[in-house]
Design a protein around this ligand. Structure first.
Ligand code: NAP
Length: 285
């Protein structure tokens, strides 16, 4: 069955937003999926916090299929949209808004999917539901919430969680349940013993920040090491892990994969991450 061509808009709402790589990703997929009946554009939407409700409510009238949300709107938007799906509620933030056929707005979060898919893409042998599977997550900020939800839903049975400010790790453990075991920040080095996955969700190691202060001596040689930072692509943590022979995953796969379900929700096509798209993104880093 063929559909009549239709023009659809999507975009990313943030403040500031000019640095976002989402237009490059989504516009690549829009062009890649032509000449199928897919016409549209993905634009930057610089929206100040005080205008967020008005801007979101205007999406249906402007012909938008939806939008992504980035800093500082991910939490505030939850009380503006008409419904928030259960995963986004658990994560406590929305990164994707979908305009429904009746003009109502649904909030979703695709970061957990993006994170887990990036592990599978980079390391197909890693199995979350393996009986021996346990993980350690460093950091308890916004990104950690999506990582924890993703790991729990994927079947990881024990997650050690450590954060510089211990109250935040303890709060997340209470919220996400007994599979999360808070670990004192001073104990983080020894707490790597026996894990099959280590994830850095702090900003330590990001361009302009010092390296994450973490000794890898106790980490099993086969453990997968993931850093969700993507600038630089290889953080000091990943370099140290690679040097001692651990498999590693950088944050670029999470960035690209979180965009896929959003694109599908707006444009009706599940896009793929081709070498061509990867090259385009790498050229901007
Ligand atoms: P956030 O909510 O501000 O959380 C920051 C985290 O870093 C907190 O756990 C914080 O600990 C920790 N931290 C900051 N300074 C530290 C220090 N000096 N020593 C130890 N820990 C420190 O930020 P976020 O939104 O979660 O983002 C975190 C990182 O993830 C950023 O680098 C971001 O670029 C990256 N990220 C990547 C993707 C992707 O698609 N790849 C998606 C989202 C985020 P305290 O609680 O003690 O302050």
């Amino acid at each position: 069955m063929t559909h009549a061509p239709s023009y659809k808009l999507a975009g990313v709402m943030g403040w500031p937003v000019a640095h976002s790589r989402s237009p490059l990703i989504h516009n690549h997929w829009i062009v890649e999926n032509q000449p199928q009946p897919l016409k549209g554009a993905y634009v930057l939407l610089p929206v100040q916090p005080e205008n967020l409700a008005q801007a979101l409510r205007a999406l249906p009238a402007l012909g938008f299929a939806g939008c992504n949300l980035t800093i500082p709107h991910k939490v505030a938007a939850m009380s503006i949209v008409d419904r928030v799906d259960s995963l986004a509620q658990r994560i406590g933030a929305i990164n994707t808004v979908v305009v429904e056929a009746d003009g109502s707005l649904t909030g979703r979060n695709t970061d957990a999917f993006g994170f887990i898919q990036s592990l599978h893409d980079a390391q197909p042998a890693w199995r979350a539901d393996n009986a021996a599977s346990s993980a350690i997550v460093i950091g308890a900020g916004g990104a950690a919430r999506a990582v924890l939800a993703g790991l729990l839903d994927a079947g990881v049975s024990e997650i050690r969680l450590t954060n510089r400010s211990p109250d935040k790790a303890q709060a997340l453990a209470r919220e996400f349940g007994s599979a999360i075991r808070p670990i004192a920040w001073a104990e983080r080095h020894d707490a790597l013993a026996g894990v099959s996955l280590l994830v850095n969700t702090t900003n330590q190691g990001m361009h302009g920040e010092p390296a994450l202060d973490l000794r890898l001596d106790a980490l099993p040689a086969h453990a997968l090491v993931s850093d969700i930072i993507y600038i630089p692509l290889e953080t000091p943590l990943l370099a140290a892990a690679r040097t001692r022979g651990n498999p590693t995953v950088n944050g670029l796969g999470m960035l690209l994969n979180q965009a896929r379900p959003a694109f599908e929700a707006w444009f009706g096509v599940r896009p793929t991450i081709t070498p061509d798209l990867m090259q385009k993104i790498l050229a901007t880093l």
